[in-house]
Design a protein around this ligand. Structure first.
Ligand SMILES: NC(=O)c1ccc[n+]([C@@H]2O[C@H](COP(=O)([O-])OP(=O)(O)OC[C@H]3O[C@@H](n4cnc5c(N)ncnc54)[C@H](O)[C@@H]3O)[C@@H](O)[C@H]2O)c1
Length: 383
């Protein structure tokens, strides 16, 4: 039974950064006596007034992500344009009376928001408007992630875990980690978990089984339409997918394209991009790092290539199969197989990421940018 410590009034002037009711402090003595709660953790969220955050923040504050005995502080970063909305978010958090939510800070200054952050969930980015080239988007959003990388480097916890959601998320994550040399590059992730979840759902549908039977699902490469949902290594009910779904044409063409373009189809139906399922996948991504991966299974995450066993180019952020002991860290999976089809697809998504990297050389400290993208591929959420 978790006990909620009594609130104590404190002079709000003493805590200038806090929002509203979160300026009141809890009675720490009462908390010590219960011994049932863990030490507070700082979670920074950028784009906190956006659609994804509108789902995610309430999951974080409810205890669904870090557990019912883990108090949290939410440090919310918005853009100048979203500051009013951000206040609205903070008001809704106040009114939800979450016992685990101890502090809320809203700000447009990443140096303030990232102070001592143990987790940084970087969602805020500019959406790609009509007529905006992918190269231009890389530059516009890249600037945001260069600045936020510098801020993380200066003030975040030295072992902060960073999950980049804002698109183009792989290259944004690369820019971010290059600007944060004091934080291990291994701690940076680009979110490809939504793609993994979508792939599992499509395989389950085709095989006529519930989706909990699908495991070992890797999304390789970029979070774009060149991503590779790997049906060679995935399993259904413990069996290789190809032994269950004996329709290679469907797997190579329909399945792959369905996963790559699922986001675009969803926009057509909804009139906006996926926010609820994205927030669920961010929760999945965090939980995969803080709970041990089930024996024999793995999860996908866009991570920094630095000595990978698959022969993928080094020094990019590439989605790969990972396993975790539940300590926030991960290891790459060794027991995966490749065939010609998979190798060919991997080469395409790898080429795209290498080209994206050249486009942002000015933001990673690697010289002058040369932008020659192989094709203007879409993000999964674009049509
Ligand atoms: N990786 C994935 O799987 C995945 C899935 C869905 C969406 N996305 C991406 O996530 C991002 C956010 O999506 P959304 O639907 O929440 O968008 P949204 O437009 O509803 O919200 C984005 C918010 O970020 C804010 N923002 C912009 N620049 C900022 C900055 N420099 N610092 C802080 N905040 C800033 C905006 O004001 C806005 O409130 C988009 O880039 C989208 O493409 C990624």
């Amino acid at each position: 039974q978790v006990q909620v410590p009594a609130a104590q009034t404190q002079d709000p002037k003493g805590k200038p950064d806090c929002y509203g009711v979160f300026c009141l402090t809890y009675d720490l003595k009462a908390e010590e006596e219960t011994k049932s709660w863990k030490k507070l953790i700082n979670i920074a969220v950028s784009g906190a007034a956006g659609m994804i955050s509108n789902h995610l923040l309430f999951k974080l504050a409810s205890g669904e992500v870090f557990g019912p005995d883990q108090p949290i502080a939410l440090k919310l970063l918005g853009s100048e344009r979203s500051i009013q909305a951000l206040e609205g978010v903070a008001m809704e958090l106040e009114d939800s009376l979450f016992p685990l939510l101890r502090e809320v800070v809203i700000s447009i200054d990443p140096y303030e928001v990232f102070q001592d952050a143990e987790w940084a969930l970087l969602i805020g980015a500019k959406p790609r408007g009509p007529g905006v080239e992918r190269a231009a988007l890389l530059d516009i959003n890249g600037q945001i992630f260069a600045e936020q990388g510098k801020a993380l480097n200066a003030v975040a916890s030295r072992n902060a875990k960073v999950i980049v959601v804002g698109n183009p998320c792989n290259t944004n994550a690369l820019i971010c980690l290059k600007n944060a040399p004091n934080i291990p590059a291994k701690n940076f992730h680009a979110l490809t978990r939504l793609d993994e979840n979508r792939a599992k759902c499509q395989l389950a549908l085709k095989a006529g089984v519930f989706y909990d039977k699908v495991s070992n699902m890797t999304i390789w490469g970029n979070h774009s339409t060149t991503q590779v949902p790997d049906f060679l290594n995935a399993r259904i009910d413990g069996l290789p997918v190809k032994e269950v779904i004996k329709d290679n044409k469907w797997l190579e063409e329909e399945f792959t394209e369905k996963v790559q373009k699922r986001g675009g189809v969803l926009i057509q139906k909804w009139g906006r991009s996926s926010a609820a399922s994205t927030s669920v996948s961010i929760v999945d991504a965090i939980r995969s790092l803080i709970t041990p991966t089930p024996e024999g299974d793995w999860f996908s995450s866009g991570v920094y290539t630095n000595g990978n066993p698959y022969g993928i180019a080094e020094d990019i952020v590439f989605s790969m199969p990972c396993r975790s002991k539940g300590d926030g860290d991960y290891e790459l999976v060794n027991d995966v197989i490749f065939d010609d089809y998979l190798r060919q697809k991997l080469a395409k998504t790898e080429a795209e990421l290498l080209a994206e990297k050249k486009c942002v050389a000015h933001l990673t400290g690697e010289g002058i940018a040369v932008c020659d993208l192989p094709g203007d591929t879409m993000l999964p959420g674009e049509m």
